[in-house]
Design a protein around this ligand. Structure first.
Ligand SMILES: [Zn+2]
Length: 277
């Protein structure tokens, strides 16, 4: 097993709808090839603050990324920084706010679309800014980065589910359909990634309310799935709700690197000890 991790953050995908609509991923759970957890997102349940939570393992009151309007570089040590420090390669296909948090803020739309600079925290990046940039293209952008750069840490962040949720609400046909489409895209890529020996984590930043918004404290806004495909994780459905701050240290564990000193120490249920060869 290689210490390589692929993270897919499907923006705005609430727990219950992911569970019922991600057919192939749930097939992997049902056949004991994947694990499923419920994660309680940090607050506020907004995108930019939660990108920072997922990637640095620190809460908004500590990292200062408290709103979507907080446009500046992060002051924290992210998984991008940590992989680089440990001599590992990273890459990301993500919304431009991710570039603003770790590579350059504000985003320069003319220069920052494709970034290849190993001196930056995100070493190979492909960023989009149209909220309706197709998920199909974004996932294949990420796959192109994977094939070109062979990263140890690949961070993939499609926005389509969030857009449909905000336009039509979480109970709409459109929202459900977009998650079904995500399921089909994952069904195309997961077999390739699994065959290549990656640890794969699929989660979301926040959920979505029936009103088509998020930021508050309801379960619909906060509860997101975490699917994990990894020999280090017991397969099946885990009952314990996971704090979102436990995500970043889990990724570090799977990458076999030390977490930052600000990440929480958390005994992740179902995590098995690494077997040294
Ligand atoms: Zn979001």
């Amino acid at each position: 097993m290689l210490n390589k991790v692929i993270v897919v953050v499907v923006d705005g995908m609430r727990y219950d709808m992911a569970c019922e609509a991600l057919g192939y991923v749930q097939h992997l759970v049902e056949t004991n090839q994947a694990a499923l957890y419920k994660v309680k997102s940090e607050l506020p349940s907004l995108s930019r603050p939660l990108y920072e939570v997922l990637l640095t393992g620190t809460p908004a009151s500590m990292n200062g990324i408290t709103s979507n309007q907080t446009v500046r570089l992060s002051n924290e040590k992210s998984i991008f920084h940590l992989t680089k420090e440990n001599g590992l390669r990273n890459a990301s296909a993500a919304y431009y706010w991710v570039s603003e948090l770790y590579n350059r803020a504000p985003f320069n739309f003319i220069e920052d679309r494709i970034q290849e600079d190993i001196s930056k925290p995100i070493q190979s990046g492909l960023f989009y800014w149209e909220d309706d940039y197709p998920d199909s293209h974004l996932l294949m952008d990420a796959e192109a980065l994977r094939r070109k750069h062979d990263p140890h840490f690949l961070y993939i962040h499609p926005m389509g589910v969030d857009v449909k949720g905000e336009n039509y609400g979480s109970e709409s046909k459109e929202y459900r359909e977009q998650i079904l489409k995500m399921g089909s895209l994952l069904a195309q890529l997961l077999p390739i990634w699994m065959k290549s020996g990656y640890h794969i984590l699929i989660t979301s930043d926040h959920g979505m309310s029936e009103y088509g918004n998020h930021g508050g404290i309801t379960d619909g806004e906060r509860d997101v799935p975490l699917f994990v495909i990894s020999p280090r994780i017991e397969t099946g459905i885990h009952g314990e709700t996971i704090p979102q701050l436990a995500f970043a240290p889990l990724v570090c564990e799977l990458l076999d690197i030390e977490p930052s000193d600000k990440m929480i120490s958390y005994k992740f249920p179902g995590l098995k000890e690494a077997v040294t060869l």
